[in-house]
Write a protein of this length. Structure first.
Length: 191
């Protein structure tokens, strides 16, 4: 039976720690080399594309340097919208109007009936005012509609709010235009 001295155990422990540190250092170096190679590839490719293919487009041929500039199109997965309700707002206001409370009450009845997996509440504005202000206003509108729905018994776990400001206009207008159809909150039930 062999006995290890304390000095031998200390030497083995320090060797295993050193080898672990060496392994981490090698791993870091490998990552750095990969990053440098990727950078060099991009640099070489860009350098080659600098004016080398200047006549290719003029001749109507495909430019091999345009590969990275192609737009990537992301398709959304189809969602099954059960129903959609729209409520409108007065200019520069975020409070739910009395007449629209009936629309939201109908929405609450259907949410209770169908028990959807998600309820989207998206707030919008018209183009009057700055984009930052309109985004904040659309957030207040969506928040007030969500609060109304939850006060009537809709679980806040299924309500998803979005503040979209002056994007996705219901009626296309120029900048700084007041438009009632664009000042809205859309409530959608998603299966």
């Amino acid at each position: 039976m062999k006995f290890l001295t304390l000095a031998t155990i200390g030497l083995l422990a320090s060797t295993s720690i050193a080898s672990a540190q060496d392994g981490m250092e090698l791993s870091r170096e490998a990552n750095t080399i990969r990053e440098q190679n990727a950078y060099q590839y991009e640099f070489d490719r860009d350098e080659q594309c600098q004016g080398y293919y200047w006549g290719v487009k003029r001749l109507g041929l495909k430019d091999p340097c345009d590969k990275d500039d192609e737009e990537v199109v992301v398709t959304e997965t189809a969602v099954d919208v059960l129903n959609e309700y729209v409520v409108y707002f007065d200019f520069d206001k975020a409070n739910v109007r009395e007449g629209d409370k009936d629309v939201l009450s109908q929405a609450v009845r259907e949410i209770t009936k169908y028990n959807p997996s998600e309820v989207r509440v998206a707030g919008y504005t018209d183009t009057r005012g700055s984009m930052a202000y309109n985004e904040a206003l659309s957030a207040r509108r969506a928040d007030n509609v969500s609060d109304y729905l939850t006060s009537k018994g809709v679980s806040n776990f299924v309500v998803d709010e979005e503040a979209l400001g002056e994007t996705e206009l219901a009626v296309a207008t120029g900048d700084e235009v007041r438009s009632q159809p664009n000042r809205r909150v859309v409530v959608q039930f998603i299966r």
